[in-house]
Design a binder for this molecule. Sequence first.
Ligand SMILES: *[C@@H]1O[C@H](CO)[C@@H](O)[C@H](O)[C@H]1NC(C)=O
Length: 328
Amino acid sequence: MEQYIFLSALIGFCSGQSRLDQYNLESHVSVSGHSSGSFMANQFHVAQCKRVIGAGLFAGGPYYCAQGNLIAMNTCLTLPSSIKVATLITKTQNYASSGLIDPLSNLANSRVYIFSGSRDSVVVPGVVKKQEEYYTSIITSPGTIKTVYDIPAQHGMPTDSYGGTCGSTNLEYINNCNYNGAYEALNHIYGGLQRPSSGAALTGQLILFNQAEFFKLAAPSVYGMDTAGYIYVPSSCQHGAKCRLHIVFHGCQQSREKLGDKYARNTGYNQVADVNNLIILYPQAKSNLSNPNGCWDWWGFSSSAYANKNGYQMTGVERMMLRTLGLY
Ligand SMILES: *[C@@H]1O[C@H](CO)[C@@H](O)[C@H](O)[C@H]1NC(C)=O
């Protein structure tokens, strides 16, 4: 046993990646994401709705929008009038009745935050409003969906202290809009969260962990995934305080491969985590020939099951989530 610990410490040391740890966490989890990460967060929320109780969705469209089709994918960026939400609801219901996603009754009280920048030209506001229509059709409790459509943001994760000019695109797709998107989404999901001061110094650690162990059949790259991901653990959670897990999905061109740890460091989540006992898991996708921008799979490049619990990326992230909860 000691030898084993020594060996894994050594491997971790050599690769700079540690084994993802278990923490003292509440059993319910929440998710959020930007752009392709919003599509992925929505897929993960719907598929895992027993455990995932809320979602923060920045600049993404509804579940199964691309219907496994690269061509239809363009519809889900800029052609909202061609998105038929009823078709997507039917697909969702069929998946639920075949057990490929959790029973939809779990969504009844889910808390959903939806953001679209009024100047977004990549995933236009009309597409994001289809996301609202989708959730309105499957969530039965009024008032659990919050929408924000009035910030003059181009395509990008909105922050209050980091990024390019709010109304223009920049290569990192992080926009300083004097609006703390991470806080607003998390506070809608959980309620009563303390707001961190803008640009507050962090108390915890951003840890690089090995993702490869969560992909069984092949190397992570085969599924458009990186070998390593990030997890931010506030000092309180590191020392055993009861914490809650939130999973953040970056957008296309925002992975570790493209931005290093900039997305995990600068989107504002960690500061919210520090003062509210949240742990933030940042799984990392990676580009490959079928996915040159390192997007999350929301059109089927990795398999036709991409949107349900059997999708490779969906399963991989589920295992990461379960590990932090001590269930994997
Ligand atoms: C790229 O991803 C696709 C879909 O997941 C996969 O079939 C293919 O093997 C991957 N290519 C490489 C070189 O890993």
